[in-house]
Design a protein around this ligand. Structure first.
Ligand code: 5GP
Ligand code: ZN
Length: 114
């Protein structure tokens, strides 16, 4: 089986520009940023996507989002605003099958998304 890219980043086997880390989550800068600030927040435990979450993951999901908002605050994005995105599955545009929360900011976002 091909090792999961984001599990490898969590394990430290693939380097990343780390922004925040604790026992449950890791945040690092996106390798191909789509905004002046573009950070990914992921659970350390492998969960493929939003569609794979179980009721027991409710607290972890809250922690992921709270981490995302804390990072946005720390990056100075809270005043002007920012966007939090979770792509799910093929139609959602998910490319990496390890749950991740995008935190994007530093420019005006468009709506609707592409
Ligand atoms: P998705 O399209 O699955 O929602 O987002 C995957 C994100 O992971 C993309 O924004 C992509 O640029 C980012 N990404 C893919 N490979 C790597 C990598 O090796 N390191 C980092 N830091 N980001 C990556
Ligand atoms: Zn994984």
């Amino acid at each position: 089986m091909t090792p999961c890219l984001f599990c490898e980043i969590c394990a430290g086997n693939i380097p990343s520009a780390e922004v925040f880390s604790d026992d449950q989550v890791l945040a690092f800068r996106d390798i191909d940023p789509q905004a002046p600030t573009h950070i990914l927040v992921i659970p350390r435990r492998h969960i493929a996507s939003l569609a794979e979450l179980a009721p027991a993951d409710t607290e972890l999901l809250g922690h992921l989002l709270m981490t995302a908002t804390g990072i946005a605050e720390g990056e100075g994005l809270a005043g002007a605003g920012y966007r939090v995105v979770v792509n799910c599955g093929r139609h959602g545009g998910q490319a990496v099958d390890h749950l991740h929360v995008h935190v994007l900011g530093g420019r005006q976002m468009a709506w609707p998304p592409g």
